[in-house]
Design a protein around this ligand. Sequence first.
Ligand code: H79
Length: 465
Amino acid sequence: MNFITAASLGKILNRWGSTLLAATLVGATPSLASAQTNVTANLSKSLGDVVVQDTKGWVRRDDPAMVKWRDDRFGIMIHWGIYSVAGGWWNGKEVKGAAEWIKAFAHVPNADYDQLVGQFNPTNYDPVAWAKLFKATGAKYVVITTKHHDGFCLWDSKFTDFDIAATPYKKDLIKPLAEALRAEGIDVGLYYSIIDWHNPDYRASLKTPEDKIAYARYLVYLKNQVKELLTKFGPVTTIWFDGRWDSSYKSNPQTGQDLEAYCRSLSPGIVIGDRVRAYDAMADYNSGYERKLPVTQPLTDWECCMTMTENAWGYHRTWTGNGWKTPGDICELLTRCAAMNGNFLINIGPKPDGSIRPEEVARLDRVGAWMKINHDAIYGAEAFPIKDLPEGIYATRKGDHVYLIAFRWPDTDKLKLAGVSIASASLLTADGAKPIAVEGGNTLVGLPMESPDTIAAVLALELKD
Ligand code: H79
């Protein structure tokens, strides 16, 4: 593996910094921007942007598996399990908060919660159709919950009966999806919760010698299951751990170090987020941007995972949270990630019968239509800071191309980009790239009065050597 340190990355970023460009608008035309809502500002407010610049000893991986993950930029997260049967309701009452947390939020005893196992029967599950939908969305990888905090396993595990084999459906849900995804050229990522509310050996804290003995047994169980995940389903490119905050895990960094090393021993090249670690180190990337974006460009690789609603990952029947993000919101979040060297996962919570709710399908379809035209600005793209870009326009770079992704169309027909030397420019459209005239090597002229795309139009600039 080739590594470069955070310090040397800093130098590279400084090199980018020295090529900062200045963009200025020239020529005033009637404002179209005023008619558009400021999605970015609204999202920033509701999500609470964060600044996390502690690299915790991160070393940049540049081996092929990591480069692929970094270039992918866009994935889909799936939260599915027996909590989907409850769908955010317990005993005839809606339970507020994330639907996959219902056992904790509604204080459901094990014996009652276990009844959901007998009701989980996803007869409409069609992993091939899922994979085709994700492909059409433009997703390059998928991360599915194999076990969430409730401890229920979506595959037939040798080490517990609290799994899919105990349901009326009986059949493993993970392998057919892994195979269907790979058939579409989509990488397979598996989410696994460290927290386990079902296994009697799990402990949130280690207060007594008995706790320590039980938790040691739990860690053996966890590793046995991780081994199943990394050996039974063909190549797994990412293992996505979650739930590291209980003191049993976080008070002993050795536990996370061992788990990370164990995964790498089973699957060299696997990409692992920093949630595998007890806050002591970064692993391959910062996976902490949960429903949040960084304010400034992180120094490490990073990934944001995002709900379509305010905070429900698993299926919630009557979600009455803070509304649904629009397809434009989702494209803008993806773009903001790519423009800050990050990856983006958009979440869906399939229904207990295996179907995907129409609100989610409609959003994935529309995002896919946008990606079909504009994907060059996202895949393999990296940050390209341009000073004074108008608000709502983001820039990425790939090779000798810079992409301006305009969620708010400039209220001018001329856009001057000082300090850049443009060989040619074009507008990406459904009918192919349309040439845009360039004046003086740095000014785009004759821009259409209105955005040619209702979500965001992309201007592709070919730079001179
Ligand atoms: O799987 C999704 C969520 O269910 C899971 N991560 C995503 C991907 C997640 N669960 N909780 N969190 C994320 C946030 C953690 C909240 C906490 Fe707490 C605050 C943990 C400890 C303090 C609330 C209060 C939960 C436990 C105590």
